[in-house]
Design a protein. Structure first.
Length: 435
């Protein structure tokens, strides 16, 4: 297990470019299974979860060529279906959440898939009903073996388009069903589809491959099935969760930072939500400039009542940035209620922030009230463990702002989704040592 030793209290400055989006990468890399023609994807982040997915596809038989640092060409001409029986597949599939999205493409192209229960953050229940109900509506049959936590899915011939109303707007569920439907017979209509930018990007890429998807960006997708898909090229969006993390980090450490090439039009409520916490920022072309701010004040509602920051399905505020919003609030002036509706075990990391001196009341597993210090009292450096990817970065931000030395253990969690974060932040003046 690796750790970060962080010497806090240093102001950062300079420019930082966000990596390509982790959660988009996981979707579009799975989509290469839909065609035997080459698909070239660029801006791929060099992070553990993506490397594991690429390894999984490569072991399945996809030819993977690394064209440069961040560009890969995938050619899924010869897929070894027997690999799905192997121990290596089980281990890799269980290691990441993204593995779940091989299901739609495999059913569409090969009529079958097997899948171990996928991994990902341990942040509460992460049910997959939506994936299976949707794929069943397209005609697939599935069996779950609870003894080895294995899903077996068969298409029984070509999948058939139909109307479906999803029980929840699951992001990876929508991606899976869309990829299942693109080569199904006839018309599929998916209502209550997730519509976040990464799902939109997937749909646009599939259309360039020959799919016929309309309604992109809305929660009503219509898909006219086609016989075959071909190759394409695709560029990933910048990672909006990294952008939000850098905004929060700048405010907490009182730093002046420019975040380059943010594709601001794709960030939804992210900038405004950080503005509600009092963070000033300027859009300079497609860059976000955060000036040094000695203090920042949390807004109240118009009637003077306490602000709530809650997650919602897109276009609401993403759950993956609530841990960052929470840590930023610990040094703001004012009070905010953080409400994590989607995941029930994502707020427990506040115990570590409380140990560092933050004023937080964990009301229940979903809600925490943060009373900011207005930078009158600094957090103290301590030793802590990163429980999940976003809490890990929230703790890193806390450590960067704190007095003295912190040690963050289990930084493999952070490495899952943030590319060389220690080196990139050190280039801005941080003092982080990997030990
Ligand atoms: C690899 C990947 O892309 N992971 C992301 C993906 O996970 P993932 O696709 O696994 O998450 P889902 O969208 O399926 O669901 C997330 C959670 O929200 C709940 N839920 C979802 C929709 C809804 O209408 N009501 C509801 O309560 C689900 O029960 C679940 O607990 O989307 C999540 C929600 O943005 C993000 O946190 C994850 O980082
Ligand atoms: C929860 C996340 O990831 P995953 O779905 O891969 O666990 C995340 O990216 O914040």
């Amino acid at each position: 297990m690796a750790s970060f030793e962080v010497i806090g209290g240093r102001k950062l400055s300079g420019e930082i470019t966000p990596q390509g989006a982790k959660n988009e990468a996981l979707q579009v890399i799975c989509a290469v299974l839909l065609t035997e023609e080459p698909v070239t994807i660029t801006n791929i982040p060099d992070i553990v979860d993506v490397q594991k997915l690429i390894q999984l596809l490569s072991e399945m038989g996809v030819t993977v060529t690394r064209e440069d640092e961040e560009t890969y060409t995938f050619e899924a001409r010869n897929i070894n279906l027997e690999y799905l029986e192997s121990k290596q597949f089980v281990n890799l599939g269980r290691a990441i959440r993204g593995s779940v999205m091989i299901m739609g493409p495999m059913l569409a192209r090969f009529g079958m898939c097997k899948l171990p229960k996928p991994g990902g953050d341990k942040i509460g229940r992460r049910r997959m009903d939506t994936h299976f109900i949707g794929l069943e509506k397209l005609g697939a049959k599935f069996k779950y073996d609870s003894s080895d936590e294995f899903f077996h899915i068969n298409a029984n011939g070509r999948l058939k388009g139909t109307y479906m109303l999803l029980d929840e707007a699951s992001v990876t569920g929508t991606a899976n069903i869309v990829m299942g439907a693109v080569m199904a017979e006839g018309l599929t209509t998916i209502y209550n589809a997730a519509c976040e930018p990464y799902v939109q990007q997937l749909c646009r890429m599939l259309n360039r491959m020959g799919a016929k998807i309309s309604g992109i960006g809305s929660n009503l997708l219509t898909i006219e099935g086609v016989e075959k898909l071909g190759g394409t090229t695709h560029k990933l969006l910048p990672d909006m969760i990294e952008i939000g993390s850098f905004i929060g980090m700048a405010a907490m450490t009182g730093s002046e930072i420019t975040i380059k090439n943010c594709q601001i039009q794709e960030l939804g409520l992210i900038p405004d939500t950080f503005r509600q916490l009092g963070i000033k920022m300027e859009f300079r072309g497609d860059d976000i400039y955060i000036p040094t701010q000695e203090n920042y004040t949390i807004e109240t509602y118009i009637d003077g009542s306490i602000l709530t920051i809650a997650d919602q399905i897109w276009p609401g505020f993403t759950p993956d940035l609530l841990s960052i919003a929470l840590v930023v609030a610990t040094q703001a002036k004012g009070t905010v209620l953080i409400h994590q509706k989607m995941f029930e075990s994502r707020l427990f990391f506040v115990d570590k922030l409380i140990d560092m001196g933050a004023q937080i009341i964990l009301c229940d597993p979903h809600r925490a009230t943060v009373i900011g210090h207005n930078k009158q009292v600094s957090l103290r450096g301590i030793r802590m463990t990163s429980p999940d990817i976003r809490a890990g970065v929230a703790l890193l931000i806390a450590a960067l702002s704190a007095d003295g030395k912190s040690v963050i253990d289990n930084v493999e969690q952070i490495d899952r989704g943030y590319q060389k974060i220690d080196q990139r932040l050190n280039a801005l003046g941080a003092q982080i040592t990997r030990i």
